[in-house]
Every structure is written in structure tokens, then in C-alpha cells.
Design a binder for this molecule. Structure first.
Ligand SMILES: [Zn+2]
Length: 55
């Protein structure tokens, strides 16, 4: 299982893929804080994180 997050802010091309959902959460929170100066709801984070099944 892999997790992919694509930032939905205008003009932002941040894309993250990891096999760890904890890592995705940590790095996405850091990205939103540092780049957009804000924070992301757990619900938004969850909704925007895609789970990618791997064979
Ligand atoms: Zn972004």
C-alpha cells in the first residue's frame, strides 16, 4: 500500500508519495505550515490522500 498526497492550493505542485501514512501526514503538515503558512484539517488531509494498492 502506498499513500499519495497532491496539494490542492492554487499554483502549488507539491506531490508526495510514501508507503507510510504517518510520514505522509507529518510531511504534508510541514509543507502546509512552511509553504502556505497555514494548517490542514485531519479530514482534509485524509480526503486528499489517495491510497494506492500495489500488487
Ligand atoms: Zn502546497
Amino acid at each position: 500500500m502506498a499513500y499519495q498526497f497532491e496539494c490542492s492550493e492554487d499554483g502549488c505542485a507539491f506531490l508526495l508519495r510514501s508507503s507510510s501514512d504517518e510520514e505522509v501526514e507529518r510531511l504534508v503538515r510541514a509543507h502546509v505550515r512552511l509553504v502556505h503558512g497555514g494548517r490542514i484539517d485531519s479530514a482534509d488531509l485524509e480526503r486528499e490522500t489517495e491510497r494506492i494498492e500495489r500488487p
